[in-house]
Write a protein that binds this ligand. Sequence first.
Ligand SMILES: Cc1cc2nc3c(=O)[nH]c(=O)nc-3n(C[C@H](O)[C@H](O)[C@H](O)COP(=O)(O)OP(=O)(O)OC[C@H]3O[C@@H](n4cnc5c(N)ncnc54)[C@H](O)[C@@H]3O)c2cc1C
Length: 529
Amino acid sequence: MAQFDCVVVGGGSAGCALAARLSEDPSLRVCLVEAGPPDDSALVSTPVGAALLVPTRIRNWAFETVPQEAMYQRRCYQPRGRMLGGSSSLNAMIYMRGHPSDYDDWAAAGATGWGWCDVLPHFLRAENNERGASDFHGVGGPLNVADLRSPNPFARLFVEAGKQAGLPPNEDFNGAQQEGVGLYQVTQKGGERWSAARAYLRPVMGRPNLAVYTRAHALRVLFEGRRATGVEIVRAGRRETLGAAREVVLAAGAFQSPQLLMCSGIGPGEQLRALGLEVVHDAPGVGANLQDHPDYIINRKIGSSELLGVSLGGGLRLAKEIWRYVRERRGMLTSNFAEAGGFVKSELGLERPDLQLHFVIGMVDNHNRTLHLGHGLSCHVCVLRPKSRGTVRLASGDARDAPLIDPRFLAEPGDLAALVRGFKLVRRILDAPALAAFASTELYTARVHDDAEIERAIRARTDTVYHVAGTCRMGGDAGAVLDPELRVRGVEGLRVADCSVMPSLIGGNTNAPAIMIGERAAEFMRRAA
Ligand SMILES: Cc1cc2nc3c(=O)[nH]c(=O)nc-3n(C[C@H](O)[C@H](O)[C@H](O)COP(=O)(O)OP(=O)(O)OC[C@H]3O[C@@H](n4cnc5c(N)ncnc54)[C@H](O)[C@@H]3O)c2cc1C
């Protein structure tokens, strides 16, 4: 049996940051276990490669939800990274922290020590913002944050159209104000994707006290009594045991961390027994409180090869762009697709934005699984603090089987109403002069006008914008799965560190917050060591 001090399960956004920071202490023997392969592929490092990773099973878990009641029983798609870097290796690279008040909400809900003033220093420590240091930004950290090297002209037109529709411009969504429209900053360096693996793990892979096991699927946490003592994994078809003298940390993401807890006997007791699992600790909160941003996309066809698309002209352009990328790491291949966007208050009197926009320089339909001939653009709108709460449950006691994912999208009527307001707002922006100057046809919704029609369209096409969280929530109450130092209540030697720990979903994209959570977990563990 291989013996370590700390075993980290999951080499994603949080897991890479955690393993790298923990192994800074040479006295700690750290093992990082990742089910997927390394991230050594041009499809990963080249930003537009995500167009192939997201819709397929290449380095992607490609989960599906159970049928969604409020959405005509549709099963929704849930891509998640399955490689070093996790979802940060196939995401859209937007650098975003959320709204400061999101973290103050966490603290007020019992996650003591997680208010904005507590977490900001960790965001700054993680960051290397190419714009330089300021009250809101850090330099010198592993996570490179940059402006897009070759922003698409349509991204700028979108910002212009947003202003014409009455929204304020915003040059820094992570600055003094979140509200407004603008170009996103991205986690890239020199035109390449800067995933958590690239930022944190690669520079330290040679450390003698850090072992990184890839293609190693964790099956369960092992216990002696109520103390976690290691992890059972399967690697190259063989079962192995990894001992953890101090702690095991699950960083397998908001679907698979609760799955692993349940497979290890920590979760809703009756459900575990029904699957023949031995209950170590009855914790009904495990897998509950699933939150995700429900998202609707309006697509418009526009005949311009400045936009991504499928055409002869587009093919010739792509060939040139590949050559340009190879030589300069500039041009269309550096696009993160969702180049621009915004944060909007959709009702009078709101204290903070309740909707986020992602403007995409191509017609993204069904997560790029449905392709259309020709060129076009898309604008997403998502609800930042949805009221609907879902679950992750086990389909079986084997962690290699996909869990049952039920986000219960639109279960709460307020979420649907917010998307209706969002739909109308997106139309207003796309119809503003800067974009209306281009002849366009709206896919699917050209004849949709009144509220009842908009509601039907939303139920028929809403899906995730990939920000799952909350399934192992931390808090001060006994119902919380974790205490505020991310320790699993009811057992010893076990923590969780990834997006599942969020008590409530933050109002923004979730990669930087996951990395911040990994940084903090390392701090707690090193203090305890
Ligand atoms: C398509 C897409 C686009 C996105 N775009 C953005 C964006 O532009 N900006 C942004 O901020 N956020 C974005 N996100 C969200 C963000 O990337 C994720 O919230 C974040 O990466 C989650 O981090 P995590 O550490 O919780 O989990 P992950 O990064 O998903 O890591 C979990 C890791 O655990 C591994 N694992 C799971 N089970 C096991 C097991 N049993 N044994 C071993 N290993 C296991 C997985 O393979 C994975 O590597 C996007 C997400 C997706 C899917």
